[in-house]
Design a protein around this ligand. Structure first.
Ligand code: THU
Length: 141
């Protein structure tokens, strides 16, 4: 893997250490690489009202968009444990919005020194819903 991707995985693992996850005790960090070259990190932030919790990946995307970036090259996700954790379905759908070709790296807490899996977002969302799907926008809207 390129040095750049290794650095992105490392940034995700560092972000993981800032996770607020007292309920699940499962820390996740994400590092999102924008077209500009800037990296936006995110962590999961939980809440006593569990359903209000947000995943690390979406936290990173929302932060980046709020800062004016909308096109991304890659995202690295780093979770507690040895086994790389795949992003949940909600995060996959949100990532898809900003680039089906985005590279997605998954790592465990050993970061680039452990197993890192590499996909594109579209590989992880087959038959994805998109407003650009044929027929979208027809009918009552
Ligand atoms: N979590 C993430 O941050 N990203 C994922 O893709 C999967 C799950 C978080 C949400 C929750 O805070 C904890 O992991 C346990 O589900």
């Amino acid at each position: 893997m390129s040095d750049y991707f290794n650095d992105l995985v490392r940034a995700a693992c560092e972000a993981r250490l800032r996770s607020y996850s007292p309920y699940s005790r499962f820390r996740v960090g994400a590092a999102l690489l924008g077209r500009s070259g800037k990296v936006y990190t995110g962590t999961n932030v939980e809440n006593a009202s569990f359903g209000l919790s947000i995943c690390a990946e979406r936290a990173a995307v929302f932060r980046a968009v709020a800062e004016g970036e909308r096109e991304f090259e890659a995202i690295a996700v780093c979770a507690d444990g040895l086994v790389p954790t795949p992003p949940c379905g909600a995060c996959r759908q949100v990532l898809l919005e900003f680039g089906p070709d985005m590279v997605l790296l998954m790592a465990g807490d050993k970061g680039p020194d452990g197993t890192v899996k590499r996909y594109t977002v579209s590989e992880l969302v087959p038959e994805a819903f998109s407003t650009f799907a044929p027929g979208a926008g027809e009918g009552t809207r």
